[in-house]
Ligand binder design. Structure first.
Ligand code: ADP
Ligand code: MG
Length: 552
């Protein structure tokens, strides 16, 4: 057999471990949640692979998770009979961080006073174990393999990988054994009641049995191991949902919205979805991947089945189908018509649920909107079918205030107003001093101040709300026509001479030549002399800038 070999950690991992070793984090409990969640994922993967390859589980060992404290040795072991890892998987999975947003997370962690909450939010997963252990030994056998490998690390800059001893190979018949050599101040994790407390708090809804193997006495199951989404709403309390959310999403915040229902009819499926109340670090990752897990009859199938459109990628949870074939391959998910139906129905349900929340619990909804509004607005651009509903639930900062809905805007129309006005820019402050606002202000007309990058996109196609067109103040002709000036402005503006406009315009046109496509008299301004606008059918200037930046 091969000899032991040393390997360095990826730079990000080394930096993370350094931070964790040299700072004191109060909430170290989460290490157990992370290890159990990995063990549960490994059992999920085994069950999934066994659908195509039943030989993997014929040895009679059920997928389960064991927690074994050993006071004499100061070790805590977390053992699973899941899919296990080959040598290269140990090296890749436990030596690198594949997540996007890692860089920005690390710099935030460096600055933060108490990083525990941050660590929880980001979910550093396996590496969290180094908060409580100064040495970790991972022994693993990939299901169906003859080889067993041992990964050992004391944190620091790297790890060692070696073939397992005869004895260790016999002990680990399938799956992964993780032995933590606990730091002195982490000895409490050897107490049965501590382990039970943490499992109840974070991992009760793990679907596989979690067995505590005490030093004396019989092993006993310490979680309820039920698929919560299959239970009836009436027997569940808000705390049950909050815990399920934290466990499913690996999150620390409270869910701002919970949606639990069962669809029956042409298709039967259970839905348990949550909207977080806090923004995760990787919200704007390039892939825009969703995080809703697909199960078929309680068996985990995939966590990237795109069960919701990209603009709802912040929604977390589970959809469990009764009708899809268990052996559906991940490749087939894309084109499966049953799944397409589920996708469509659930998307509509989530959107209308958000809309209702916005009406009934505006403060709770505001949390979701503050965190995810810029993402939801991608739907105004991408989801033509639901655009009206998405517009209805969108909230805006306007010249009249914050968190304004378009319904409120329209209810507050000035006499003779028929259009919804907006300006796109980088910041509300800068927009507020934009001369293009002057004339609207003089008439008391409310203007939406749009400052998210995505605003330039969804406004670039003609769009209306309940038959009222949205109109940019920086594009084409703006005609406030019959909307009267506010009283105090009316007097001095009334008999303004329009007389010399034509001559003046001719002179300016001449001077600017090819650089502009036209020069016009405008109603837009009251005290400024002139402003630049895009042509009526030209793309909005902010979008031009955004596109120019992206092409660079
Ligand atoms: P994440 O779970 O978010 O992927 P982790 O740091 O928790 O990140 O784990 C990294 C990877 O290591 C996992 O994706 C998985 O591939 C592998 N892994 C960790 N623990 C186990 C385990 N008990 N069994 C099998 N694979 C595991
Ligand atoms: Mg994990």
């Amino acid at each position: 057999t091969a000899a032991a070999e040393s390997q360095p950690f990826q730079a990000e991992v080394a930096e993370l471990l350094h931070l964790m070793v040299h700072s004191v984090y109060s909430e170290t409990d989460i290490f157990l949640r992370e290890l159990i969640s990995n063990a549960s994922d490994a059992c999920d993967k085994l069950r999934y692979e066994a659908i195509a390859n039943p030989g993997l589980i014929t040895d009679g060992t059920p997928p389960e998770i064991k927690i074994v404290p050993n006071k004499a040795a100061d070790t805590l072991s977390v053992i699973d009979t899941g899919i296990g890892m080959e040598r290269q998987e140990l090296i890749d999975n436990l030596g690198t961080i594949a997540r996007s947003g890692t860089r920005s997370f690390l710099s935030k962690l460096t600055e933060a006073k108490d990083g525990a909450n941050l660590i929880g939010q980001f979910g550093v997963g396996f590496y969290a174990a180094f908060m409580v252990a100064d040495k970790i030994i991972v022994t693993s056998r990939r299901a169906g393999s003859d080889e067993v490998w041992v990964w050992t690390s004391e944190g620091g800059s790297g790890f060692e990988i070696a073939p397992a001893s005869e004895e260790a190979a016999q002990r680990v018949a399938r799956g992964t054994e993780i032995v933590l050599h606990l730091k002195k101040d982490a000895a409490k994790y050897l107490e049965a009641y501590e382990i039970e407390r943490i499992v109840r708090e974070y991992s009760d809804n793990i679907q596989f049995p979690i067995l505590l193997v005490p030093e004396e006495g019989e092993p006993r199951q310490i979680n309820s191991a039920s698929a919560l989404w299959q239970r009836s709403k009436s027997e569940l309390k808000p705390e049950d949902y909050a815990q399920a959310y934290k466990q499913i999403a690996g999150a620390f915040d409270e869910p701002a919205m919970t949606l639990h229902y069962r669809a029956e009819g042409r298709q039967s499926y259970a839905v348990l979805l949550f909207a977080p109340s806090q923004k995760p670090f990787d919200l704007f990752q390039v892939e825009r991947k969703g995080k809703v897990k697909l199960y078929v009859r309680r068996v985990f199938i995939a966590d990237d089945a795109e069960l919701l459109p990209a603009y709802l990628r912040f929604i977390r949870g589970v959809i469990d189908s009764e009708d899809l074939p268990l052996n559906i391959s991940r490749e087939m998910l894309q084109n499966n018509p049953q799944l397409a139906q589920i996708r469509k129905a659930v998307t509509s349900r989530v959107v209308s649920e958000l809309e209702t929340l916005g009406e009934k619990e505006p403060e709770t909804f505001a949390k979701i909107w503050d965190a995810f509004g810029p993402v939801i607005k991608e739907g105004l651009w991408e989801d033509f079918e639901r655009r009206e509903k998405l517009l209805a639930l969108s909230r805006f900062t306007t010249t009249s205030g914050e968190n304004r809905s378009l319904k409120q805007y329209v209810d507050d129309f000035k006499p003779n107003q028929t259009e919804i006005y907006y300006l796109v820019g980088d910041s509300v402050e800068r927009l507020k001093s934009n001369p293009k606002l002057e004339s609207a202000r003089a008439r008391g007309i409310e203007v939406l101040l749009l400052t998210d990058p995505v605003d330039a996109f969804w406004t670039s196609a003609p769009i209306d709300f309940g038959g009222k067109p949205l109109k940019s103040l920086s594009q084409g002709d703006v005609d406030f026509g019959l909307i009267p000036l506010a009283d105090d402005e009316a007097d001095d503006k009334k008999d303004e001479p329009a007389a010399d406009a034509a001559t003046t315009i001719a002179v300016i046109k001449d001077a600017l030549g090819e650089r502009v496509s036209d020069v016009r008299a405008s109603q837009r301004l009251t005290s400024s002399a002139s402003c630049l606008v895009a042509g009526g059918d030209a793309r909005d200037r902010a979008l031009e800038r955004l596109l120019a930046q992206q092409n660079r």
